[in-house]
Design a protein around this ligand. Structure first.
Ligand code: SF4
Length: 247
């Protein structure tokens, strides 16, 4: 893993999902096989494969403090094109420092991760009533997780973390994207741990590519995504868990 410290000129960008996105790192060592953010590599000058480099935006917290002074208040998605709690965060604590800046100024924040390291910051997240913390969870099958998301936390750890966050009064959600084999067990696994669920096909194209490589062609031929999406929607609704299906 190549880790490089860099200085950037801006850290708070406009987002199509929320008002803003804030990425303390460029690159992501979770190395998910379907990662839609891999296009970022083009802008980094890195020759290493996606998942094998991380640029650390070492001036992110100071820059963020200045940027929020001159921009209108809006919800900030942490992160968008990297995982804010990937392993390098243990040492650099940039996500934590940026959250301190945002929450200290009263900005609403949506944290999204695949790492149980977020639990380190649970007390910080609880200082604001306008924080949501979510996990991307694509399957309940740990073997499938290992194929598609080799560097991220095991599924059981993610669900335990959601339970812990939810139990401490933080609004929680699960993002199921892309839908992978084994997702059919998620409604049971997530019951009581999340306030709502998002399901979309953001990474459909990338997941299909991996499916072909892994000889999981049935998933494409059987229109797995659409059918499973509908089943998940029915099951979550039956359990009274609000769900947004973006198909
Ligand atoms: S955790 Fe997110 S940003 Fe990181 S590799 Fe996986 S999909 Fe990409």
């Amino acid at each position: 893993m190549i880790v490089k410290e860099i200085s950037v000129k801006s850290v708070l960008s406009k987002s199509q999902v929320y008002d803003y996105a804030m990425n303390p790192y460029r690159g992501c060592s979770h190395g998910c096989r379907y990662c839609y953010a891999a296009f970022m590599k083009r802008f980094t000058g890195h020759r290493e494969p996606w998942g094998e480099f991380v640029d650390v935006k070492i001036n992110a917290p100071e820059l963020l403090a200045k940027e929020i002074e001159r921009k209108p208040v809006g919800r900030v998605w942490v992160s968008g094109v990297c995982d804010p709690y990937q392993p390098v965060e243990k040492e650099y604590r940039l996500t934590r420092k940026c959250l301190e800046v945002l929450l200290g100024a009263g900005w609403p924040v949506t944290v999204q991760t695949k790492s149980s390291l977020v639990l380190r910051d649970i007390d910080l997240l609880r200082t604001s009533g306008n924080v949501e913390a979510g996990f991307s969870i694509t399957t309940a099958d740990e073997k499938i997780r290992q194929i598609f998301e080799p560097g991220a936390s095991p599924i059981g750890e993610r669900i335990e973390a959601l339970n812990a966050l939810h139990g401490r009064g933080i609004k929680t959600f699960a993002m199921i994207a892309p839908i992978l084999p084994g997702a059919e067990r998620l409604p049971d696994a997530l019951e009581g741990a999340v306030d709502y669920v998002l399901v979309d096909r953001l990474n459909y194209h990338y997941a299909n590519r991996v499916y072909r490589e892994q000889n999981l062609a049935w998933a494409i031929e059987n229109r797995f995504f659409a059918e499973m999406g509908r089943k998940l929607a029915d099951e979550f609704r039956r359990k009274g868990i609000p769900l947004q299906l973006v198909f």
